[in-house]
Each structure stands twice: as C-alpha cells, then as structure tokens.
Design a binder for this molecule. Structure first.
Ligand code: DMJ
Length: 451
C-alpha cells in the first residue's frame, strides 16, 4: 500500500514537472504580447510625439534632447520593428528617418549617446535593410562627430557641435571614451575610411593606458590632461559599456589587443569588485588604486555584466550574478536604479524601463537553454507591461516601491528592452550570435573579421 502511494506521489510529481516546462505555445504567447506592446507604444509616439525624439507617455507631449529633434525613437526603434516582424511600423520609421533626419543642424550633441543610439542604429538599418541612404546618414553623422577626438590624448570631448565642430566638456568617463569603437570601426569597414576606426580605437586604448596597477579604471577622467579626477571604480553607469566594448571588439573585429584588455580588466573586476552577501553575488564600488570598498551599491545598470560574462563563456559566474539581479528585481517590486546590497535598502528608487536584466536573461538562455531564464524573463516582462503601462505607451517608474510613474519613455525601451524581451522567447534563428554582435544599445552589427 505504502509502495503504491509512493508511486502515485512520484507520478504526480513528474506530471507537475512536465507541466512546468516552458512550452513553445507559451514562448509564442510572450512574443505576441511583446509585439503588441511595441505596436501600442509606437502608436502613442505617432499620435502625440511624431517627429520628436520621444514621447512623454503620461502628459502625451513630445520630448526633444536638443533644439532640433534627431528622431531618437524612430531611429532606435527601426531594427526592433524589423526583427519583431512589425513591417508597417518599420516602414513608417524608415520613411521618417530618410525624409526628416538631418544632422546639419545648429546643435551640440553628446558624442557617446548619439553614437550608441543613432550611429549604431543607422549602421544596423543599412545592414538589415540594404538601403544605402541609411549608410550615408551614418557616415554624415560620423564625420560630424570626428572633431571631438582632436585632443591631446585622443579621448574625445563629451559634446561636439554638429555644424561647427566646436567641442565642450573635458571631464569624461570610460563609458564615454570607450564605447565608440564598435560603431566607428564598422563605419570604417563600410566606408573604407580608416579615420573612424583609428579615432575610436585610440580613445579606447588611451582609456586602458590609464588603468591603475590593479587593472581598474576610475569614474571621471580629464581628456585633455589624461588624469583621473575621480578614482572610484565600479561596473555601473559611466564605466559599464567600456568593459562591454573591449570584449565585443574582439568578437566583432577579431581585435587581439581588445581580447587582452578584456582578460586583464575582467580578472580585476571579479577579483576586487565581486562580493558574496547574504542575498547573492553583487559588484561593489571601490577605489581603483587600492581596491578598498567605497560604497556597497549595486543597481539596474550593473545587471548587464551577467550577460557579458555568459557571452564570453564564463557561464558559472554569469549564473550567480543573474541570481543576484533577479533578487534585486523581486525584492523591491522591480529593480531600483541602485540599492545597498549590505543593508538591503534602496539608494535610488527609480526604474527608467532599463533593459540590462533582460539582456542578461537573453544571453544566459542562449548559453544554457535553461527554463530558469525564460521564467525570469516572463516575470520581468509581465511586471513591466503591467505596471508601466499608460494610455499612450509605457512610462518609467519614479519609485519602484509605490509604482508611481514618471513622464518618460526613453528610446532604449524600443531599442533594447522590447528587443531583448522578444528575442528571449523568439526562435533562435532570428539572431545568430556567431554572425552578429549587439552594440550597447542592442543594435546588431554584422561580424566581419578581416582575414
Ligand atoms: C542604454 O542607453 C545603453 O545600454 C547604455 O550602455 C547604458 N544604458 C542605457 C539603458 O539602460
């Protein structure tokens, strides 16, 4: 009798497990849901903010970064619409880009932001769609950015005027000096003009040359003197994508210098910044020269590192970090911009629709094919679509603990958050990671390693 009861229990348990697999149908449902969300947000942009950089999804008003719109939302969103099979939306974005996007305007722009969002996207648009006019726009923008690099160190000023080439703001950071190489390198490959590749690689190498003895970089660097003015180190905003690009430049261009740089930095980052606390593994903040902890802070932006490690083959460490990322998401309703992982308290409570945790789900799923990452992704996507929805789009969260919203829908919501949400559940053949590398704004660039 006891044996029968045991067998029945075993059968029940097995059935429960089978029911807990993530079916193809469920994956398709997630894809449909993300696609609908994307269409809905784009419709809001079209209705209330057409031609501007972004929609303010609560007040239904347009938002521009500078005096003239650079069409951040259509440009950043074009490849997402294409990959999601939103043909009409892709056509609308393409039309407005090709008829209205003009870089010959009286505006100074932030070199880093327009490189990752606009230059990256225009190059991808050209590679996906084949229309040479996308490449012409990319080249025009690239040329207008080049004056920023004419400095004594080769690291660019943060701002450059698109018409006059006038520059401003010498106090930069590794993310802004070191997250240009994929886009500028591709521009050289596609146009044959080596000045783009040289400028961006020099900037990256000059950043690396100023690493500390511990192989870490600081938070603020003066690009005219080459001196650090803030020696705090971390993997968060201001440094994050520098590490991402040194590894990805190896993948995209087969650049061995960059592989070496990645290995040095990544070893140091794991040695000096990775911490095991009660609730998981997190990266801390420390001084770049001594390794001494400054603040035990971790946040939404840091979540990308798990994906980067998975991509680089260190799946074991990636898994541990992604557990911490998911802890951060579930502990506070949604992930806060920053929290203290020692006291388990929030430092900055906002969530501006960031993609990094989903990006890491995507890479970890591709590396492991474990249902864990589909479940995580489903929970995160559902939370975003439920709590951030307005009557015109999706809004940033001002405070994750109260779900109070803020009137902002950044273009990276289209470029990255929705794209990684979709790709996590979509057929893998849609994006082959052996053939493309995503820039830090999730624009896929075709790998073309010179023989
Ligand atoms: C994006 O613009 C890029 O991913 C960048 O590298 C950092 N943050 C935002 C999204 O969070």
């Amino acid at each position: 009798m006891q044996k029968i009861a045991f067998l029945l229990a075993l059968l029940f348990f097995q059935n429960t497990l089978t029911a807990q697999t993530f079916s193809e149908k469920e994956k398709q449902e997630m894809c449909v849901k993300v696609k609908e969300a994307c269409r809905f947000a784009w419709n809001g942009y079209k209705k209330y903010a057409w031609g501007s950089d972004a929609l303010r999804p609560i007040s239904h008003t347009p938002q521009n970064w500078y005096k003239h719109s650079l069409l951040m939302t259509p440009v950043d969103g074009f490849d997402t619409f294409t990959l999601l099979g939103l043909k009409e939306e892709a056509k609308e974005a393409k039309d407005i880009i090709l008829t209205k996007l003009d870089f010959n305007v009286d505006d100074e722009v932030q070199v880093f932001e327009v490189t990752i969002r606009l230059l990256g996207s225009l190059i991808t648009a050209y590679e996906l769609d084949g229309d040479k006019r996308f490449l012409n726009k990319a080249e025009d923008l690239g040329r207008r950015l080049l004056p920023a690099f004419k400095t004594s160190t080769g690291m660019p000023y943060r701002y450059v005027h698109l018409q006059t080439g006038a520059v401003r703001d010498a106090l930069s950071n590794p993310a802004e000096t070191g997250t240009l190489f994929l886009e500028f390198g591709k521009l050289t490959q596609l146009t044959g003009d080596s000045s783009f590749y040289k400028a961006a690689k020099t900037s990256l190498i000059e950043t690396y040359n100023r690493r500390s003895k511990l192989n870490l970089v600081g938070s603020v660097i003066n690009i005219t003197t080459g001196q650090w003015t803030d020696t705090e180190t971390h993997i968060s905003g201001g440094i994050d994508s520098y590490y991402e690009y040194v590894y990805k430049a190896w993948l995209l261009f087969g650049d061995k210098d960059c592989l070496h740089i990645w290995n040095e930095h990544n070893t140091a980052v794991k040695k000096y910044l990775l911490r095991k606390e009660n609730n998981g593994w997190f990266f801390t903040h420390a001084d770049m020269n001594t390794g001494k902890e400054t603040f035990p802070y971790y946040g939404a932006l840091d979540a990308f590192y798990a994906g980067l490690l998975a991509l680089s083959g260190d799946v074991a460490t990636a898994k541990k970090i992604q557990q911490g990322n998911f802890y951060m998401w579930t502990k506070f309703n949604m992930e806060p911009e920053e929290f203290n992982f020692k006291t388990d308290t929030i430092v900055y409570a906002s969530y501006p629709l960031r993609p990094e945790i989903l990006e890491s789900c995507f890479y970890l799923y591709r590396s492991t094919h474990s249902k864990v990452y589909l479940d995580m992704g489903k929970r995160i996507v559902n939370d975003i679509l439920l709590h951030c929805k307005t009557d015109a789009g999706y809004a940033a969260v001002r405070n994750v603990q109260t779900y109070k919203l803020a009137d902002s829908m950044e273009s990276f919501f289209f470029a990255e958050t929705l794209k990684y949400s979709y790709l996590l559940f979509a057929p893998e053949s849609l994006v082959n990671l052996k053939k493309i590398v995503f820039n830090t704004e999730a624009h896929p660039l075709k790998i073309n390693i010179p023989k």
